[in-house]
Design a protein around this ligand. Structure first.
Ligand code: ZN
Length: 87
């Protein structure tokens, strides 16, 4: 199974300091999301796996799901289409 490194921008920490960290935080840049429209499916690392991979698929090969990380509409573009989950 292919997985990509989870990307965090160099401004992530500064944005968390500024805006706080909560359920509306973009996992990539740390800014607040206006709407939670995009996300990626993660495993420990964290690494990002393709959108269609289920928790059962992960468990079957001994990987631990880390859940969905919500991303803004610019940050989601850092991942290929097959990794993007649209809500
Ligand atoms: Zn972002």
């Amino acid at each position: 199974m292919k997985a990509l490194e989870f990307i965090q921008t160099e401004n992530f920490e500064a944005n968390i300091d500024c805006y706080g960290y909560n359920e509306n935080t973009c996992g990539c840049c740390g800014k607040q999301l206006k709407n939670k429209k995009w996300g990626v499916n993660t495993i420990e690392g964290p690494e990002v796996v393709e959108a269609h991979i289920t928790e059962e698929d992960m468990a079957a090969i001994g990987l631990y799901p880390q859940g969905i990380f919500y991303l803004g509409s610019d940050c989601i573009k850092k991942y290929p289409k097959e990794y993007r989950i649209k809500f």
